[in-house]
Design a protein around this ligand. Structure first.
Ligand SMILES: Cc1cc2nc3c(=O)[nH]c(=O)nc-3n(C[C@H](O)[C@H](O)[C@H](O)COP(=O)(O)OP(=O)(O)OC[C@H]3O[C@@H](n4cnc5c(N)ncnc54)[C@H](O)[C@@H]3O)c2cc1C
Length: 386
């Protein structure tokens, strides 16, 4: 495939990188170390700054989403601050993106502009305590009362929940129909009766992201996404497929940040009278870090292009990109930690923060095992057809 970036794309990436270096990266450490309350304030400020620079809407034009631009912007933002990236993405891609792709004209008009300008914050609540990879096991239920959809259920880990103005919530309408055909994605607005947000949860990495459980007890939704029942599962699956590009961007961005700080350390740290980067073993680690990250970027751009154009097999390419970049960044962060050695293991070092942040890629939005299953299933079908 031709993945040569246009001049406009290169410029966008350079401008965003400069913006992030000046405004976002310097706050990453503080965000990681802040209390939940303080980090919510910092994240909202970051979202505001990004919106002011029109960076939140990079790749989002009208009803369409350009995944190449989403990727490029995501890589730069994640490199500067993975926590800010995750929060911004939940609001603008997972929530506003779903509204853009599947919402009615009225739903888009009501929510999308505010989310893209950071006047409002969005969240997507699909998984549950007993239903992560297996969304068919959801317990949340939705039913009609007159013209209103009403929901009950609990979503245990929801990015942005403590500050969300708009939540998209996946629930069964007709469990007997199964996930495909039996679910809906519902729009729930802050302050809805019966909606409560629990105590924020602590996480190993990405500690600056406000995350909390959400409970709905006979809670009226302001609408069903798209207006027609039975499409919730299909909408989530499509969103997560397109979302693999964003997760890959996060992984490559973290990988680049690991590369940068490890290279700096390899040049400045002396041992046995030499810069440690001059020892072959250290240089080889940097070479492997660069190679894995560069390959990940290529896979991600290939997937973005295939998804943009609707190429056959795009879903498999997306799964390959997510699988590879997430496992690569775990290794890249491990090599970085080894180069830093004791100085990386100390709490508060950039390398320690990135090492914790990196591990999320393999877990979120379709674990590595789920990606491998998807790739294997599709590849087996391909062989059967041949
Ligand atoms: C920081 C953080 C933020 C999150 N944010 C959100 C959010 O905003 N909204 C939201 O809805 N959810 C969110 N989640 C939840 C997230 O989507 C789930 O953690 C993820 O989908 C994995 O599900 P699980 O943790 O229940 O793992 P499980 O599904 O219980 O899986 C456990 C293990 O079993 C394996 N496994 C399961 N099924 C299979 C299979 N068929 N084949 C092979 N292996 C299998 C998995 O790969 C994994 O290794 C978040 C989680 C975290 C940690």
């Amino acid at each position: 495939m031709d993945y040569t970036l246009s001049e406009q794309e290169k410029q966008m990436q350079q401008d965003l990188a400069a913006f992030c270096r000046a405004h976002i990266a310097p706050r990453a450490k503080e965000l990681d170390q802040s209390s939940r309350e303080a980090s919510t304030v910092l994240i909202r400020e970051n979202l505001g700054m990004l919106a002011e620079g029109s960076w939140l809407s990079a790749g989002h034009e009208g009803d369409s989403i350009d995944l190449i631009k989403v990727y490029l912007a995501g890589e730069e933002l994640a490199k500067a601050c993975p926590a800010t990236f995750l929060s911004a993405r939940a609001s603008t891609f997972l929530c506003a993106g779903a509204l853009r792709l599947f919402g009615t004209a009225g739903q888009k008009q009501r929510h999308v502009p505010g989310l893209m300008q950071a006047d409002a914050v969005g969240a997507l609540a699909y998984s549950e305590e007993q239903a992560g990879s297996d969304l068919g096991a959801l317990r949340a239920r939705a039913w009609r009362e007159g013209d209103t959809w009403v929901l009950s259920g609990v979503k245990d880990v929801v990015v942005n929940a403590p500050m969300a103005d708009v939540l998209l919530v996946l629930a069964y309408i007709t469990p007997a129909a199964g996930p495909e055909g039996g679910m809906g994605l519902f729009i729930i607005e802050k302050g809805a009766p019966g909606l409560s947000v629990g105590t924020p949860v602590e996480t190993m990495g990405l500690r600056g992201v406000p995350i909390a459980p959400v409970k709905m007890n006979n809670c009226p939704a302001s609408g069903l996404l798209g207006g027609e029942p039975g499409h919730g599962y299909e909408q989530i699956m499509r969103l997560l497929e397109l979302g693999t590009v964003g997760v890959a961007a996060m992984c490559v961005g973290i990988g680049s940040a690991c590369m940068e700080c490890s290279t700096r350390h390899a040049k400045s740290r002396m041992a046995f009278g030499r810069q440690i980067g001059k020892f072959q073993d250290v240089g080889f680690k940097l070479a492997d870090m660069f190679t894995f990250n560069d390959l990940g970027r290529m896979l991600a751009l290939r997937a973005a292009q295939a998804l943009n154009t609707g190429e056959q097999g795009a879903g498999v390419m997306a799964a390959c990109a997510k699988l590879f970049t997430s496992e690569a960044v775990t290794r890249i962060a491990g090599w970085g930690m080894q180069i830093f050695a004791g100085h990386g293991y100390l709490a508060g070092s950039d390398m320690e923060r990135l090492y914790r942040d990196a591990r999320f890629g393999e877990i979120c939005e379709g674990t590595s095992e789920m990606q491998r299953s998807l790739i294997a299933r599709n590849e087996l079908d391909r062989f059967l057809l041949a």
